[in-house]
Design a protein around this ligand. Structure first.
Ligand SMILES: Cc1ncc(COP(=O)(O)O)c(C=O)c1O
Length: 370
């Protein structure tokens, strides 16, 4: 048993199929692949390298640190950073040809001062808040910012964007309201003399739900990892889960009826049964609340998680079946014998696929298959 701990098996062939199906779906619209948060728990470097070979030339991360990691790994494509700019790291962004996020009126001074001091400007996209009430320039500051940028052609404004709050929901009136506001902002910017190379506000939900919001770039995250952003969007792009999350059976024992399992002793066997120990726990990102109704997959069948998930391990009730020590069980994903959608777990424990995938870490070992 080389690695008895949790394993994330990353199926790069599925990632390639998913992105090709998304490309087909959006037609000529270029794609920005969102690989922030360690590519949603899948490993940012191998995921980005694979997508770059598939022809993607723009990626988005959250922090400058994430962007530099990609550059150090040899990623040559454009990289957009979503986070608030750090005035002390602008030179680093310029040196590494990163695209920054212009997201508040105060950022105007930062970009202007940098340009006048060094006769250089980082590339940037202007982000507007149209309804997330998160990072983004306030609509009332648009005119001032557009005029200032159009007066100084040395400022390298390459894009304008916003982010939807509800694009993955069945009821889209709020998304339409955001889209209308965004359309007006683009119009105002163009009237002020700016010409935006990239205009974008679609995420996975909008790609599926709001084709009219594609402009000339879409940003795709969750869908490319093979997971639906929610169960309210039309399932009209064929994708398969890129990750299989698995763990190994490290112990098993036959126990009599009335045996209590794990912390709190809340799971008590109602007959003689086989209880196995799997070495993965909530410290590795295994979703702890999933023990109530949760199960794992083994050789084509589902088996109940027995008792509370511990920090480093949990138990599985195999009944009268005989699991083998050293064999793997599937936590979620699609294997040859089992299928447990991460969406099912998210729904059951009142969480989201985004939370579950980005939580994976701890002692998890990554294996890349092509
Ligand atoms: C600004 C921004 N754009 C795009 C995305 C990608 O969203 P999704 O994974 O739903 O495609 C995110 C993800 O949270 C984001 O924050």
């Amino acid at each position: 048993m080389d690695n008895p701990g949790p394993k994330a098996i990353i199926n790069l062939n599925r990632l390639k199929e998913n992105i090709q199906n998304i490309i087909e779906h959006v037609g000529d619209t270029p794609i920005c692949c969102v690989v922030k948060a360690n590519a949603y728990g899948h490993g940012a470097i191998p995921i980005t390298q694979t997508l770059e070979k598939e022809g993607i030339s723009l990626f988005a991360v959250f922090s400058i640190g994430e962007a530099l990691e990609l550059r150090q790994a040899g990623i040559q494509s454009d990289i957009l950073i979503f986070s608030k700019i750090n005035a002390n790291r602008i030179q680093e962004a310029v040196d590494n040809d990163l695209i920054l996020n212009f997201s508040s009126l105060g950022d105007l001074n930062i970009f202007e001062q940098f340009e006048s001091k060094y006769s250089q400007s980082p590339r940037f996209h202007i982000k507007f808040d149209t309804g997330m009430t998160r990072l983004g320039l306030d609509v009332q500051d648009a005119d001032k910012v557009f005029k200032a940028i159009s007066k100084n052609p040395k400022l390298r404004c390459e894009g304008i964007y916003s982010h939807f709050a509800t694009a993955d929901e069945g009821e889209l009136s709020y998304a339409h309201h955001q889209l209308n506001m965004f359309n007006s902002l683009v119009e105002l910017g163009e009237k002020s003399g700016l010409s935006f190379k990239f205009i974008h506000c679609s995420n996975s939900g909008a790609i599926l739900n709001l084709p009219e919001s594609r402009f000339n770039l879409v940003r795709v995250g969750m869908l490319m990892y093979g997971t639906m952003p929610s169960d309210e969007v039309p399932n009209n792009v064929a994708v398969k889960p890129v990750m299989n999350y698995e763990g190994t059976i490290v112990n098993k024992r036959r126990v009599p009826k009335g045996t209590s399992i794990s912390y709190g002793g809340i799971y008590v066997t109602d007959k003689e049964t086989t209880i196995a120990v799997v070495q993965a726990g909530f410290a590795d990102g295994f979703p702890r609340p999933w023990y109530t109704d949760g199960y794992v997959g083994y050789q084509g069948k589902d088996y109940k998680i027995a008792g509370r998930v511990c920090m480093d391990s949990f138990m599985v009730d195999f009944g009268d079946d005989t699991p083998e020590i050293g064999k793997n069980v599937l936590f979620f994903g699609l294997s040859k014998e089992n299928h447990i959608p991460v969406e099912t777990i998210a729904k059951n424990i009142d969480s989201t696929t985004y939370v579950l995938l980005t939580a994976i870490g701890g002692r998890t070992e990554y294996f890349y298959r092509d």
